[in-house]
Design a protein around this ligand. Structure first.
Ligand code: SAM
Length: 235
């Protein structure tokens, strides 16, 4: 029995080291390919254990730069996409942040890590079973106290904690909804994949210049699952 325990703990630490090495390699690849540009994003992606946000049977693929199937037809975004979001929005401690599309919680954890785990991230998920697993994942990785998961339709935003310095979607909307625009602070930024599904979408960065004035920048083509909701796609 004792030997068995020893074997288990040995395997566990070997696995951990394996994941740490793989995470380091992925960070290097993302940096070489220009997705990671700043030390803050490098530290966040180099710190959050992506393997803990992936179903057991797919953990071996945790550090490949690709999306991975979760449940209910949803995915965890590819690491380069998380790096792109973090680089564009440059999250900093003290910012009020809203994410739409929690999935299993990885992207929110990376954002929270960028903010030194000191500022709350609000993240909305429409599917209860995903929100439940995300909550467990955030608890076991120590991000649960700074990330609040809200079960609901993210196209409506989250008025309770508005206004936000940063809002971003990890699913693609047909357009950027009025509630989301309203809930953005003047000077704040909103990043959203916009377009028809399943066609590639436009990654749009909206900067709120004054109460009714927005600057819109097109940042390239992306490929996200659909955002489903009142101001989103139909189910
Ligand atoms: N953020 C995740 C990560 O860490 O990789 C990826 C999320 S996955 C690509 C997109 C998520 O958006 C799915 O979990 C989906 O259920 C969710 N979603 C779609 N429409 C939504 C809506 N209207 N409100 C909230 N979540 C929504």
């Amino acid at each position: 029995m004792k030997d068995e325990n020893k074997m288990n703990s040995l395997n566990y630490s070997e696995n951990e080291k394996n994941f740490t090495d793989k995470r380091e390699k992925l960070v290097n690849i993302l940096s070489e390919n220009g997705f990671i540009k700043t030390k803050e994003v490098k530290r966040a992606i180099g710190t959050v254990p992506r393997e803990e946000f992936i179903p057991e049977e797919n953990r071996a693929y945790a550090y490949l730069d690709r999306p991975i199937r979760l449940i209910e037809g949803q995915t965890i975004s590819a690491p380069h996409m998380v790096a792109i979001i973090c680089e564009i929005l440059q999250f900093e401690e003290g910012m009020n942040v809203l994410e739409i599309g929690t999935g299993f919680g990885y992207n929110a954890a990376a954002v929270s890590e960028m903010m030194n785990k000191k500022t709350h991230v609000y993240t909305i998920e429409r599917i209860g079973s995903l929100a439940k697993i995300a909550k467990e994942n955030l608890k076991k990785t120590g991000y649960d106290e700074v990330i609040d998961i809200i079960l609901g339709d993210g196209t409506l935003g989250y008025e309770t904690k508005a206004p936000y310095d940063r809002i971003y979607g990890t699913a693609s909307a047909p357009y950027i909804s009025e509630p989301l625009k309203k809930q953005l602070k003047v000077g704040g930024k909103l990043l959203m994949p916009v377009g028809k599904y399943p066609e590639p979408q436009d990654l749009i960065l909206l900067t709120k210049e004054s109460e009714n004035k927005y600057k819109e920048d097109y940042l390239g083509k992306v490929d996200f699952v659909p955002m489903i909701g009142k101001y989103g796609h139909d189910e």
